[in-house]
Design a protein around this ligand. Structure first.
Ligand code: CA
Length: 229
């Protein structure tokens, strides 16, 4: 069993209560905020290990709360959304959430994702490598800093995790399922698009010509790989 502190921001009281119950049963300590203002107040009193954040909230909405959090930290955030369309914005640089779930969702799936995120953020870089240098791309694996053509680029924590994973295994082809498993910690067939969205955002950040990538290559019918040397 694992323990951690979760801030749950959800204005639907029935859902909030049910989720709090399920999470507590798993051993988490859960604080609930029913609107964006309460969420920011709760955060001012100290950070939890993870935030579950509903998008549509009274007073201050989930977008603004997410931006507020990202301004100060890379605290893991899972967004809850009623619609699928917002995925680009949610996972992209604008908000930089770690993951999202579309309502209605399966509580066990949410639990699996929470555990995957906490497992990942709880473990330090075990490999001895300190940085990766290839062409005009440099990745500082200790400071989590990425420099392209002499300029530091800002990546979300998930974009960074994906890039550093691929770049640490150059030339190896990974399917989208494998990348979900390695980087997100779970596999769900409905979420393969998440990988593509992150790859696209990453290419826009690091590639000189995102449409003709030279670092993260598409292997048709198979997946993606990072170029070798
Ligand atoms: Ca809501």
């Amino acid at each position: 069993m694992m323990y951690g502190k979760i801030l749950l921001v959800e204005d639907e009281k029935t859902l909030a209560k049910a989720l709090k119950f399920s999470l507590e049963k798993e051993g988490f300590k859960v604080d609930v905020a029913y609107d964006g203002e309460e969420a920011l107040q709760a955060l001012a009193g100290g950070y939890p290990d993870l935030v579950i954040l509903d998008l549509m909230l009274p007073k201050i909405d989930g977008y603004e709360v997410c931006r507020e959090i990202r301004r100060r930290s890379d605290l893991p955030i899972i967004m809850l959304t009623a619609r699928d369309e917002a995925i680009d914005k949610i996972l992209g640089l604008e908000l930089g959430a770690d993951d999202y779930m579309t309502k209605p969702f399966n509580t066990r799936e949410l639990l699996a994702r929470i555990k995957a995120i906490l497992r990942r953020t709880g473990q330090g870089g075990a490999s001895g490598k300190k940085n990766i240098k290839l062409g005009d791309l440099e990745i500082d694996l200790i400071k989590h800093k990425v420099v392209v053509r002499g300029c530091e680029v800002s990546l979300t924590s998930k974009q960074y995790a994906l890039l550093s994973f691929l770049a640490s295994n150059p030339g190896r082809v990974y399917s989208r399922e494998q990348l979900l498993e390695e980087v997100w910690g779970y596999v769900s067939a409905s979420d393969l698009r998440t990988v593509d969205v992150h790859i696209r955002h990453l290419r826009e950040k690091i590639e000189e010509h995102p449409a003709e990538p030279s670092y993260i290559l598409t292997v048709w019918g198979a997946g993606y790989k990072f170029r070798e040397g």
